[in-house]
Write a protein that binds this ligand. Sequence first.
Ligand code: OOG
Ligand code: NI
Length: 464
Amino acid sequence: MSSVAQWELRAAFARSLSTMYGREVPAYTTLVEVSRGVNTDVLAREGSAAERLGSPERVTAERHGAIRVGTPEELFQVGQVFAGFGMHPVGFYDLRDASSSSVPVVSTAFRPIDAEELARNPFRVFTSVLVTDDRRFFDADLQARLEEFLARRTLFPPRLLELAARAEADGALSAEDAEEFLALATAAFELSPEPVDRAWYEELAKVSGVAADIGGVSSTHINHLTPRVLDIDELYRRMEARGIEMIDEIQGPPRWDGPDVLLRQTSFRALSEPRRFREPDGSVTTGALRVRFGEVEARGIALTAAGRAVYDDAVAEVDRRLAEEPSRTRVDVAAQVWAERLPRTEADLDRRGLGAFTYAVVEGARAAGRDLGGADVHALVDAGLVERNPVVYEDFLPRSAAGIFQSNLTDEGSKDATLTGSDRDAAWISGVLARPVADPIALCAEQRERSLAAVAAHFGLDAA
Ligand code: OOG
Ligand code: NI
């Protein structure tokens, strides 16, 4: 019997969620269409330059999803589901402090890690877990009732977990199992028609809209599914021209004439969706909730630890100048700070050790007859013997993520900032998942080192 490889399962999972989400949130389909139009135009305009950060096939199929779970047990299980698709936890994001409003979650992202797997299909899912013991949000009584509610529900049926474990162990499934795995995995993230307990949902919503979305219902669902676009400013204009109201700003780095780094994202709020409610008197009514929305993103070059420090300082500097000159816009101030602090070319981003790059020997390049003594990789690039390729940023930004959560909330909720929160970090997530959580910056550094070693070996150098 023919078998279906993990990357094919992952690509099919992304497609299947996309079909489901398009049915649930029609505005998502509009966003995908507009993104596709922008990408086609950028490829026609810029040709191969536009493919530097991913093939047209990859970018067209590329999506990230966002989901939210309630307990460590649910997080462990979803980690098993994603492992079946070759998606591994990368990065730790603490959204509790990253925003002024009430977002009681910590997160990681599940995604492929190997460059080859990313090129085949980079589907990733930003995954958040509720922090039920954080006193700034939940008092002891609410915590107890919330945990009791969450303990009663089952998000992932045993058969789904079993198939995921098999896909993980074998790296593939039979065609028949693959079909069942995909159907069960997709269904686990579908919006449930089960009535929502109104009183319970509203009690949680007073603390946090995110807490209600996670702990106020008995299943989970995709919160959004995000296509990748090659020109996000153009996308923003085209969506507004269609009368779809976007959030005020594009989050992340500003548009400028230097290299695109990290991640730029923007979103719009979805229309309210009809949901069924169980009222306190036991009757079932139809109401509406506005928790899901559309988001789109543009990805740039990953940064090294040093580059990330420059980026974080630049963001802080933008905040500082804006506080001093509140009449200016963030876009304007950010463009100025970027021009002052970030290198204007890829080559300088690399020479200053700020950007993540890999190197490859130019086809046919021989060292023979050349004196390579002491040559570093930059010299080899300048001599035309080695090419430099940017590493795409495959992860998320805590501040943008908090902005995304926030743009989605109807009110601020309540957070008692005078109390201390509970400890959570990457090691905690890793312990819960029983899987290592990879560090995004370390992954890029390893990729760079491997490519450097191959270049050095080719030219018989000690180190490039
Ligand atoms: C996740 C928000 C974060 C992003 O793209 O930064 C996110 C959520 O709303 O559950 O998806
Ligand atoms: Ni997102």
